[in-house]
Ligand binder design. Structure first.
Ligand SMILES: [Zn+2]
Length: 286
């Protein structure tokens, strides 16, 4: 689940819960998601350690610990975080539980798909963590400029949706916010980078930032427990056959390089003739 707005929210909440908490017990329900990058045993290395600050790095959350250690979690598609009372029922798909006895609570990481990873490393040492150091500029940072983005688009032969989801280009946009961004920019998900004119590139660039800031504000406003996925605000994602909030046309779904993309055929017209023109199809003909 976690996309950038979710991770921004998690970072904030976890920084309220975890710093100064001492880990008193460690349980590893799914060792398959764990990667030990230190000499020693995972559980023993964590027991007795104290949480410091939590930081987001692209799609990763890093948890600084006492003793020069760091826990790095890459939740991928299905990872969730929990801060529950000790003794409460374990979350479904629970992979790791860190009890902090003094607070009476436990920090859990759950992952139904077991695609995410938890690394324990020396603090600041990320070189063995796949994709950590390969993240492109964070889209919320000053490094993500229009000139940089233009240059990336100009040298790409990919479809726009594929490019903006490439974390080495911009960090980081997942499926939900890719759809929302393209909708805001009025760009069909099958458009190729070379088909965009200057004006559209600028529109897309600003949409990336604006849509993500909107997502962050919506997730913050919902103020749910950290394990809850907040998606009620999305305008096109997973809204197939529902009316477009801008024009009322039915939202469509299309496959883009193996991923489902949701879009409005009227607000996001296709640029090329060789693809199906959704607007000319009878309703429900897809
Ligand atoms: Zn529309």
């Amino acid at each position: 689940m976690p996309e950038l707005p979710d991770l921004v929210y998690l970072e904030k909440r976890l920084n309220e819960y975890l710093p100064e908490q001492k880990i008193t017990a460690v349980e590893m329900q799914e060792p398959i998601v764990l990667r030990m990058l230190l000499p020693g045993v995972f559980a023993e290395s964590l027991r007795g350690a104290q949480f410091r600050s939590v930081k987001r790095h692209g799609p990763f959350l890093t948890f600084a610990l006492s003793g020069e250690k760091e826990l790095v979690i890459h939740p991928m598609l299905a990872g969730r975080f929990h801060w529950n009372e000790i003794g409460a029922k374990l979350p479904a798909g629970c992979a790791l539980s860190l009890e902090c006895e003094e607070s009476g609570r436990a920090f859990h990481y759950s992952d139904d798909k077991k695609m995410g990873k938890i690394y324990l490393t020396k603090s600041g040492d990320y070189k063995k963590i796949p994709r950590f150091n390969e993240q492109g500029p964070d889209l919320l940072s000053k490094d993500f400029t229009l000139d940089y983005f233009k240059a990336q688009l100009k040298k790409s032969r990919k479809q726009v949706r594929v490019l903006i989801m490439d974390q080495s280009v911009v960090s980081c946009i997942g499926n939900a916010y890719a759809d929302e961004t393209l909708f805001a920019a009025g760009i069909h998900p099958k458009t190729f980078c070379y088909q965009l004119v200057e004006e559209e590139i600028a529109k897309l660039y600003h949409a990336i930032i604006k849509v993500m800031q909107w997502g962050i504000a919506e997730v913050e406003r919902a103020a749910r427990p950290i394990e809850v996925k907040v998606r009620e605000h999305v305008r096109v994602r997973n809204r197939r056959d529902q009316p477009c909030p801008q024009c009322g046309a039915k939202i469509r779904r299309a496959g883009v390089l193996g991923y489902d993309a949701f879009f409005c055929p009227t607000c996001q017209p296709l640029k090329r003739n060789q693809f199906i023109d959704w607007r000319n199809l009878k309703e429900g003909a897809q």
